[in-house]
Write a protein that binds this ligand. Structure first.
Ligand code: FAD
Length: 383
């Protein structure tokens, strides 16, 4: 695509956030939308994630967003005209500690009040939902059948393709090196290929978003952690239909439709070096956990191990909205381990905020102002 030096909106980052935001901006009639990515589409955390989608959260804000995400994903293949690989076999939450079990039951009460049909299930039912389940030391389980996972590449590529058909301009292999701000307003970006003037710039740069924000003079208290993940060779389908997730057990495990099992956990030591390496320690910890939770994985071969960045905020929740002191500079960042599932919904919300439309879900409490005010969102349901 030929380079031009002006745009109505520049979006930095072509992961799930950037591709969705740009598509919804076009759908709202914004004329010239340019997406810049230093690498390729879906090369960041999005293409490295577990791609789980759930409405089982422990705060009202996340339950509302989570339910909206589930509903959005249910119609997304049709909306975008491409199969996004949605698989709704539910999330089975597993508690090992008394306090955690109490919290999961409280979460179900909250979720039910907000229209999410999650429920407490006993061991027998948990084994029916997940025939390969071990976890003999588990105290209790909750389940929501509409949760699941989608293919992160198919989803992002679908937004990319439909966005381009609507006129979104993509420049990949293009690094943003500076943001132009004057008199409290953004007026463009500088890249290694040249500059683009634009009255609106959106930061959707995932694990590197804090550096992009500081280019605009906006200091966000974000940092990024390296999280590893593995995938096994395929085994019989039906060993683990739902996503298994435990907060105290520190794992999420799911089976892809072709039979491979994907598993991840939060890393010991939380490496914050912006590297994307892998470690023996993770492999050992994760495979031991898998044996206890899904004994059927004994002897299975691991075919790939990789890592990606969680972009973390102080309360591990997203940071959304327009910067206070820089008009026209928007952020859609800080998603921790749940930015894939939120992408389609927050993409629409950010597009609404840019065009001055009231979003369907009010996300004022997700503004970064909350950190200065000490109004953190204490979400108990995160790995
Ligand atoms: C191992 C792992 C498992 C996960 N599991 C789940 C899950 O089950 N469910 C879920 O919802 N989420 C999950 N996540 C989190 C999820 O992947 C992220 O929150 C989400 O993908 C973030 O999307 P994004 O578009 O903001 O960022 P990214 O996908 O990282 O995209 C950001 C883009 O910005 C570009 N960029 C950065 N700096 C610049 C620059 N200076 N100039 C130009 N471009 C730049 C990068 O190249 C990148 O392509 C997981 C993450 C990891 C690592």
């Amino acid at each position: 695509m030929e380079w031009t030096n002006t745009a109505d909106v520049v979006v930095i980052g072509a992961g799930i956030q950037g591709t969705a935001i740009s598509y919804y901006l076009k759908r709202r009639g914004v004329e010239k939308v340019v997406v810049l990515d230093k690498s390729t589409v879906c090369s960041g955390a999005t293409g490295r994630c577990g791609a789980g989608i759930r409405a089982q959260w422990g705060t009202e804000m996340n339950c509302r967003l989570g339910l909206a995400c589930v509903e959005k994903f249910e119609g997304l293949s049709q909306e975008l005209g491409m199969d996004i690989g949605l698989n709704q076999s539910g999330y089975l939450m597993v508690a090992y500690q008394d306090k955690e079990w109490e919290q999961l039951q409280k979460n179900v009460t909250l979720q039910n009040r907000l229209g999410i049909a999650s429920r407490v299930v006993n061991r027998e039912e948990a084994n029916e939902i997940c025939p390969g389940l071990g976890a003999p030391d588990a105290l209790g389980f909750t389940f929501h059948a509409r949760d699941g996972h989608a293919d992160p590449f198919l989803t992002t590529f679908a937004y990319h393709k439909r966005g381009r058909e609507l006129g979104v301009i993509y420049h990949t292999g293009t690094t943003v090196t500076d943001i132009k701000v004057a008199n409290g307003k953004v007026f463009g970006v500088v890249t290694d290929k040249g500059h683009i003037d634009a009255p609106v710039v959106i930061n959707a740069a995932g694990g590197h978003s804090q550096f992009i924000a500081s280019m605009a003079g906006v200091q966000l208290p974000l940092f990024s952690e390296r999280h590893e993940i593995i995938i096994t060779e395929p085994v019989d389908a039906g060993v683990c239909p739902p996503m298994l997730m435990s907060f105290s057990g520190n794992y999420y495990i799911q089976q892809r439709p072709h039979g491979s099992i994907i598993a991840g956990c939060s890393p010991a030591g939380h490496p914050q070096d912006y590297e994307l390496g892998t470690s023996w320690q993770f492999l050992q910890q994760m495979t031991r956990t898998m044996l206890a939770v899904l004994p059927r994985t004994r002897g299975m071969r691991i075919v790939r191990q990789w890592s990606g960045l969680y972009n973390m905020s102080p309360d591990r929740q997203a940071v959304l909205g327009e910067a206070d002191d820089v008009t026209g500079f928007f952020v859609s960042v800080g998603f921790s381990g749940h930015g894939f599932m939120f992408g389609p919904v927050t993409g629409e919300i950010i597009a609404d905020l840019v065009v001055g439309r009231e979003p369907e879900i009010n996300v004022d409490m997700l503004h970064y102002r909350r950190f200065q005010l000490g109004e953190l969102i204490l979400e108990p349901a995160v790995v």
